[in-house]
Write a protein that binds this ligand. Structure first.
Ligand SMILES: Nc1ncnc2c1ncn2[C@@H]1O[C@H](COP(=O)(O)OP(=O)(O)O)[C@@H](O)[C@H]1O
Ligand SMILES: Cc1ncc(COP(=O)(O)O)c(N)n1
Length: 281
C-alpha cells in the first residue's frame, strides 16, 4: 500500500486531533487513534470526551467530561498548535455534541470550512455497551452529521441514525443516500457487520457517485478498534491534504492490514494492530 509521507526528524509534522473517549484496555478510542496518527506520520492531539472503564470483555463504567472542558481542549489546540483535520469518536451525550458543534463554528471545523471533520458516530462498544446516550441521537443527526466532511457509521449505527436495516449492497447504498441527505458531504457506510459476505465492503457516496472499498473478510475475533482505526487513518490522510476518496483508499488498506495483524489480548476481543507499519513479520 502507499504510505503517507513523514516529516523529516526534527521538523514539525502534520497535525490532527481526535475528539473521543479513552479505553483503559488500550484497544479503541483515543489510544487507537493516536497509534494510527503516529504511525501514519501525523502528530496527534486529543480532546477527551469520556473515560471508560473497559477491557477486552467490555465496558463497566463511563465518566463523562464536562462539555466546556471538551470545547476548551479543541480551542486550546486550534489556536496554538493548529491542526489540518479532526475526527470524532465516542461523544457520550448531547451536551458534548452541542459544545463541539458550537466550537467548530468558532474555529473553522467541518465541511466547507478550513479543517475537515471525520465523524465516526460511535453509539455502542462492540460488546453492546452504550457509548452515546439514546436521547443524543437527534443532536447527532441534526447538528453533527450536517457538519461532517465524512461520516463513517457501522451497520448498527446506520439503523439507529436512519432506521434502515442494511442487509446487502442495495440497502447499504440507500443508507449512504439518506446520510448524505442529512447533510454529510460524504457518507461511508461500513460493511464489516455483513458477516455473511466473504468480502468486507464499504460504500462511499457524495451525492453523485458510489465508490466501493473492499477487502477479503479476515477471519478473526480480534477486531476491537477497527472502526476507530479506519476513521483515524482517513483523518490522517485528510490532514496530509488528500481528497476524501483517496483518503478512503488509504484508510481501507490501513485498517485491513491492521485487522490482519491483530492480536489476542485478555479473555475477549483483542485489538487491531497498526504496528505492522514498523514491525514486519
Ligand atoms: N473481518 C474483517 N475483515 C476485513 N475487514 C473488516 C473485517 N471486519 C471489519 N472490517 C473493515 O473494518 C472497518 C471497520 O468496520 P466495521 O466493523 O463495520 O465498523 P466498527 O468497527 O465501527 O463496528 C471497515 O473498513 C470494514 O470493512
Ligand atoms: C472509548 C471507546 N471508543 C470507541 C469504542 C468503539 O470500539 P469497538 O466498536 O471496537 O468496541 C470503544 N469501545 N471505546
Amino acid at each position: 500500500m502507499n504510505l503517507l509521507p513523514s516529516a523529516p526528524l526534527g521538523a514539525t509534522p502534520v497535525r490532527a486531533m481526535t475528539i473521543a473517549g479513552t479505553d483503559s484496555g488500550g484497544g479503541a478510542g483515543v489510544a487507537a487513534d493516536l497509534r494510527t496518527f503516529a504511525l501514519s506520520g501525523v502528530h496527534g492531539c486529543v480532546a477527551v470526551t469520556a473515560v471508560t472503564v473497559q477491557n477486552s470483555l467490555g465496558v463497566s463504567a463511563v465518566h463523562t467530561i464536562p462539555p466546556e472542558v471538551v470545547a476548551g481542549q479543541i480551542r486550546a489546540v486550534v489556536t496554538d498548535i493548529g491542526v489540518q483535520a479532526m475526527k470524532t469518536g465516542m461523544l457520550a451525550n448531547g451536551a458534548i455534541i452541542d459544545a463541539i458543534v458550537d466550537v467548530a463554528a468558532e474555529v473553522g471545523l467541518g465541511r466547507d470550512r478550513a479543517i475537515p471533520l471525520v465523524v465516526d458516530p460511535v453509539c455502542a462498544s462492540m460488546h453492546g455497551h452504550q457509548l452515546l446516550a439514546p436521547e443524543a441521537m437527534d443532536t447527532l443527526r441534526d447538528r453533527l452529521i450536517p457538519i461532517a466532511t465524512v461520516v463513517t457509521p457501522n451497520l448498527d449505527e446506520v439503523r439507529l441514525i436512519t432506521g434502515i436495516d442494511v442487509v446487502d449492497g442495495d440497502t447499504q447504498r440507500q443508507a449512504a443516500v439518506v446520510l448524505h441527505e442529512m447533510g454529510a458531504q460524504w457518507a461511508m457506510v461500513k460493511g464489516g457487520h455483513l458477516r455473511s459476505s466473504p468480502r468486507s465492503a464499504d460504500i462511499l457516496y457524495d451525492g453523485t457517485e458510489f465508490l466501493e472499498f473492499e477487502h477479503v473478510r479476515i477471519d478473526t475475533p480480534h477486531d476491537h478498534g477497527a472502526g476507530d482505526t479506519l476513521a483515524s487513518a482517513m483523518c490522517s490522510a485528510l490532514a496530509h491534504g488528500m481528497s476524501v476518496p483517496d483518503a478512503a483508499t488509504f484508510a481501507k488498506a490501513w485498517v485491513s492490514e491492521s485487522i490482519r495483524w491483530s492480536y489476542p489480548l485478555g479473555k475477549g476481543h483483542g485489538p487491531v494492530n497498526p504496528l505492522w507499519r514498523v514491525a514486519g513479520p
